[in-house]
Design a protein around this ligand. Sequence first.
Ligand SMILES: C[S@@+](CC[C@H](N)C(=O)[O-])C[C@H]1O[C@@H](n2cnc3c(N)ncnc32)[C@H](O)[C@@H]1O
Length: 398
Amino acid sequence: MNSPDPCSNPKEMAAVNVEKAFFYSTSPKIILGQSGKMADKNAACDQLFGKDTAGCKGQHFKYFIDRIRPRCSGPILPPNGVFRRHLCNDIVVPSDLSSSELRPAITGLDYDSPAFGLVRLRVIEIPNIHPTTGRCAGSLLSFEIDPSLEEIRNAIDKRLAHELMWEVYATSYDRILPHLPFYTECVDRHLNAVNQLGKATVLDVGSGTGIATEMMLRAGHRVTAVEPNRAMLRSFHLKQSEDVRDRLRIIEDTAEELPHLDTESFDVVTVLLAFFDMQDPHSALSEAKRLLTSGGTLIVTEPSLNFNVEHLMKVAEDSLKEQGLLRSLFEDWKNIQSVAPIISNTIRKTQSHTNPRNRMQAFTAESIHENLIDEGYADVVFTPSHAGNCATVIGVKP
Ligand SMILES: C[S@@+](CC[C@H](N)C(=O)[O-])C[C@H]1O[C@@H](n2cnc3c(N)ncnc32)[C@H](O)[C@@H]1O
């Protein structure tokens, strides 16, 4: 059964807003549960710590500490905070705190970021008091960035703008995309390639609202979906049905590094128009190849070198008109139109990413095609898609 839309319930809507305030905060933030696990992290946290946060959500906080410690000087947790005091003895944080713990605990930390150099942080830990029991249910950690560090602050602002773009898009995505023949043909191409392998274990990278994921689940496959965007995930969760849930695993994270997934553990990796949106598509492509079993199929659709957003939007609009849908979907179409130029810029930026290590001069459907041939993938096929603006590349790992 689908879950009800939270917007129809003021209480749930308030909870959504609180979650958004956390996610869109310009300070990196982490929520720690009472058992010491990282319950959540926000977009600014991903931007600051980059790959150091990969796979940390849901893991014990020590896992994150171990990842960042080599780049840190100073205590990562405030010495007088609840977590530092209790975690160093390896015990769960008690729900009854002493009066000295019922206050913010603060420390200074220098983090040598691979992307931004030395970042001076003020780490603030606030015990998370349960609203009904009044007992400690974990902590909220904030990493305040020195205001003079403009580069990282600008990078966070850009990251939040990007997340907001998908928030606009997500609401209209499921209402528009299934009506566009170039999109449904592309999803079918991915699905048919998966179906050829019988019942498969599939990794769907950048699954978005889960349109393709859902179809693969319905076809009987076991799917692990990786998606970092909250709005896309919200739409994904709303359409999930009980009968396929036991074959679905959702990883709410970026795909550049997936340390908890075993090497060669998937029969298929499918990436439908998601690499173009990633900060480091080369790492994500390498990770996809690592996770694919030998003899497994990689299916990737990416924008082509000649991607032209105006052309694609015109094809889409003509198709909606022809089907008599433009009037009823007008608001959604306006949403898609408003983010199209941003998506186009993102594509241009990603396409200019070169990587000498895998000899990719650009990140396009064409360069992925060449790269798979270079690496000895078998049966490599290149199929134009999206009215010639994108292409699907399919290959079998040697
Ligand atoms: C155009 S949507 C495609 C969604 C879906 N594959 C489909 O075809 O309907 C691109 C998706 O890539 C996701 N994405 C962006 N950066 C990512 C990353 N680093 N790792 C995984 N997914 C990412 C975005 O959040 C977005 O949902």
